[in-house]
Ligand binder design. Structure first.
Ligand code: ZN
Length: 222
């Protein structure tokens, strides 16, 4: 009934009414499943250097699982910005991420460039991914990494989550070469950096196998 009013409103105003209606309709809190595990608490020493490893576009069994293995072996964690359309078929991997202390972020449902979408399409990309992760794990992602790193005022004002970019770009998708990824990070990394990688390439998994113990031995908390 509320939406019937929109025929009588100015277009910009009607859009706002419709938008509110839309958000309510898919509010993920409505049927939030209860998680069957608790998140581990991670202690960090604020006086020691830290680096955040981040992985986009997954999960992907063949490459995400070995990355999780290496993180675990080195007492480390990372942030995985997942695609919503890869969530349901990789439920076990998502649960493992959270159980072992890693974080899951939102990277859209199917890698649409969010700044090129209508408000409704944009919210659908974000909310359907939130929904998929909540349904699978019981936990709601708190962070959004915009696809292609592109964002604008509309995206920032539409989405409540912080938009997380990066400070070290490995360009792993381009080189597909483990040693160049490894060298790039070791050469450029500094305290407080956010490193961008993609957990869908064998070369990245291979780079991570060497990178994680190396960063830990240099004193970085991941
Ligand atoms: Zn991406």
């Amino acid at each position: 009934a509320y939406t019937d009013l929109t025929n009588y409103l100015k277009p910009e105003f009607a859009k706002r009414v419709l938008a509110e209606e839309y958000v309510e309709e898919v509010d993920p809190d409505i049927s939030k499943p209860k998680p069957d595990f608790t998140l581990p608490r991670r202690e960090l020493d604020p006086n020691k250097p830290m680096v955040a490893l981040t992985f986009d576009d997954g999960p992907n069994k063949k490459t995400t699982v070995p990355i999780l293995d290496i993180l675990k072996e080195n007492g480390s964690v990372a942030t995985f910005f997942v695609l919503g359309n890869r969530v349901a078929s990789n439920a076990d991997i998502l649960k493992r991420m959270l159980e072992e202390g890693s974080e899951i972020g939102n990277h859209s449902f199917n890698h649409k460039e969010l700044t090129k979408l209508s408000y409704e399409e944009l919210m659908d990309q974000v909310r359907s991914t939130q929904y998929a992760v909540i349904e699978t794990t019981g936990f709601e992602p708190k962070l959004l990494r915009p696809t292609y790193g592109s964002f604008d005022d509309a995206l920032q004002s539409s989405v409540e989550m912080p938009l997380i970019l990066w400070s070290v770009d490995t360009r792993d998708w381009k080189s597909r070469d483990a040693s160049s990824v490894l060298e790039h990070v070791l050469k450029n990394v500094r305290d407080g950096d956010i490193v961008l990688m993609h957990d869908i390439y064998d070369s990245t998994a291979e780079a991570v196998r060497l990178l994680v113990p190396e960063l830990v031995s240099k004193g970085y908390q991941l």
